[in-house]
Design a protein around this ligand. Structure first.
Ligand code: SAM
Length: 344
């Protein structure tokens, strides 16, 4: 009897959770239409509409400033009001407190340079059907196209994420015994900057592509620490990474690579570390069945449409690849966090 009640409760729980998470038909349709509001905002950012609205402007004045069609611009502005991104009174459009802060040039928090990366992502996401058919990106991965505008907005976007997380990563990992850091695919240098700032004895080597290293130099100069960071132009997919590092950092790198490329990178990272040195991976980490966390599952799609063979990976996969490469003491400093640390 007790067993039957338990089985019934398990079934009931299953049915309830399905009911809680399943979408109704109207909700499905609503989700399908979700791109409309997204596209309106992306076009507004792309055209820098919010800067043109400034302290308040008519559709005609906005169209003149951004060199667009007046009737179409008015339609876009009206739609922006409808979704709550602008206000309108007596035919004059006004920014909201949020758009004034983040989307009007001249504001200290102006985020358009990094948000342009989301605008660019829309183009690769539009090819998802083709990617699912083919199993890979159907437009060349952005980083391989070497387009300066793409690269600058990509690195600006990475920098703005890293500015919020780098200090926490350094706290979680610690700098005890760390004198030499290798920042593989270091991007803007945000993590190298945070490490060298945390410990005056620490030096960092940042490895990245020829198109990115000049941007990293600029960011590290602005942070006042460029003299403690060395820059290496190279390909993280091939070749030796160096020797005797105390820490090898792979922040937002593994998701660009295939499982085999990650295995290879972990082997080369192992060789680049001194005995007792640590590898630090910062990335989306999926649960074993790969359907959660939602952000990580969606990011896998971003890699499907944007890279040759990248994806989000699970803790189980990372543990296996690191163990195969010779690492020990696998740990996640925060159980649900985005960091993995292992030791040579
Ligand atoms: C997602 S970004 C991460 C940047 C930085 N680590 C961070 O977390 O902010 C990936 C970085 O890898 C670099 N990258 C991509 N392919 C590379 C390659 N084959 N060799 C070296 N760097 C590469 C990109 O230029 C970019 O800076």
């Amino acid at each position: 009897m007790a067993l039957r009640i338990a089985a019934f409760l398990i079934l009931l729980h299953g049915a309830l959770s399905t009911a809680l998470f399943a979408m109704s038909y109207p909700e499905l349709i609503e989700k399908m239409r979700g791109f409309q509001e997204s596209r309106i905002l992306l076009t507004a950012v792309e055209l820098d509409v919010f800067t043109a609205v400034g302290q308040g402007a008519t559709a005609g004045a906005v169209a003149q400033k951004i060199n667009t069609h007046e009737r179409a611009t008015e339609m876009l502005l009206n739609a922006l009001v409808a979704i709550g991104a602008l206000k309108k009174s007596d035919g004059v459009f006004h920014n909201t407190p949020e758009t004034s802060t983040y989307l009007v040039a001249g504001s200290p928090d102006y985020a358009r340079p990094s948000l342009m990366h989301i605008v660019n992502m829309f183009n690769s996401w539009a090819t998802l059907t083709g990617s699912v058919r083919k199993g890979t990106a159907v437009v060349p991965p952005g980083v391989d196209r070497q387009e300066q505008e793409w690269t600058e907005s990509f690195i600006a976007a990475m920098h703005s994420v890293a500015e919020g997380t780098a200090a926490n990563l350094v706290r979680s990992v610690g700098t005890d015994g760390v004198r030499r850091l290798l920042d593989v695919g270091g991007g803007s240098g945000a993590y190298s900057i945070a490490f060298v700032k945390a410990d005056p004895e620490l030096r960092a080597d940042l490895l990245d592509l020829a198109s990115v290293v000049p941007l990293a130099r600029k960011y590290t100069q602005e942070a006042g620490v460029a003299d403690r960071i060395s820059f290496k132009v190279g390909d993280l997919r091939t070749g030796e990474l160096g020797k005797d590092y105390d820490l090898v950092l792979l922040s937002a790198i593994c998701h660009m690579l295939s499982p085999e490329e990650n295995r290879d990178l972990f082997r080369r990272s192992y060789s680049a570390l001194a005995k007792g040195g640590r590898i630090v991976i910062r990335d989306f980490i999926l649960e074993p069945d790969k359907t959660a966390p939602k952000r990580a599952a969606l990011f896998a799609i971003n890699m499907l449409v944007g890279t040759q063979a990248g994806s989000s990976y699970s803790e189980v996969e990372y543990r296996q690849w690191l163990t195969e490469a010779g690492f020990r003491d696998f740990r996640r400093p925060e159980p649900d966090g985005d960091l993995i640390v292992a030791t040579r």
